[in-house]
Ligand binder design. Sequence first.
Ligand SMILES: C[S@@+](CC[C@H](N)C(=O)[O-])C[C@H]1O[C@@H](n2cnc3c(N)ncnc32)[C@H](O)[C@@H]1O
Length: 316
Amino acid sequence: MKENQHIPVLRQECTELLITRPGGRLLDGTVGMAGTSLALLEKAGPQAFLIGMDLDLESLRRARRVLSESAPNGHWGLVRASFARMDVVLGGGVGTFDAVLLDLGYSSVQLDDPRRGLSYAVDGPLDMRLSPVVGPPASEWVNQLPVAELADLIRCFGEERHAHRIARAIDNARRRAPILTTGALRDAISTVVPPRFRIKTLARVFQAIRIHVNRELEALEAALPAATRLLAPGGRLGVISFHSLEDRIVKRFMMHAAKDCICPPDFPACCCKHRATLRLVTRKPVRAGKSEISRNIRSRSATLRVAAKLSCELAA
Ligand SMILES: C[S@@+](CC[C@H](N)C(=O)[O-])C[C@H]1O[C@@H](n2cnc3c(N)ncnc32)[C@H](O)[C@@H]1O
């Protein structure tokens, strides 16, 4: 892959499962470099209109360039906002989109940019924020959280078994000097991890801190009902996740929303009044095939789930 390039994952599967008829209104809640947006627009044809949303200004600049060059008919617009607030930002309209996509996480361009401090692989300031509105940079959390909270964060969001040992190593390092760069954090973690486990551990700890800094799981939890509210009857919601914490949230949400009754199984009769708002389009998550993985290693951990809005339900 060239530098400064992002290869969208599961692009064909996304377009096939999300676009069921020509035209329509599409919302890409994570427009990034607009690779998937373009594919959606191409499949939906010249009558379609797409809104691309992203919290990151630089991604929106790139998306604008790509869409201006490759979708010059002007049937698109870009919005800077968190997908967590998509229904509020887009006017609270009910039933206005035929497809909503969330391709979670970060683009390769963002991960490779040292100024963002998102990755252990490139040295840069320990920031990690997609936008200053999300709160303090990673360096503030890493230097100020009590050891027990740091360990909890690493265990919960990084699913890392040795979280406490790593948190103590970070604490030892920050007592000597504040940890202000990704390199300094990487070095602190590396002191307690044998070389053969280092890359996976670093990936997990950095993932945990990114999730915390950008409140990623809270944003996803808010986005799923918001997206459902925005869907027109028959419209489809697709979510691409990159780790089990995200996928679990999406799976639970879709399965719950697809149930007509949520009473405990031993209740003699239904008394919950819960009604399904979605129908599962993918019963099992869709994963990248071997040939996609060989072209783009990032696709290895991607899972796509799709559900369709039921026509009888207007306000989820
Ligand atoms: C994996 S990339 C999407 C790539 C895109 N499909 C493409 O083809 O270029 C994820 C994008 O979601 C954005 N993002 C992450 N969290 C967000 C949030 N809460 N609200 C809006 N955008 C977000 C990131 O800035 C990034 O551009």
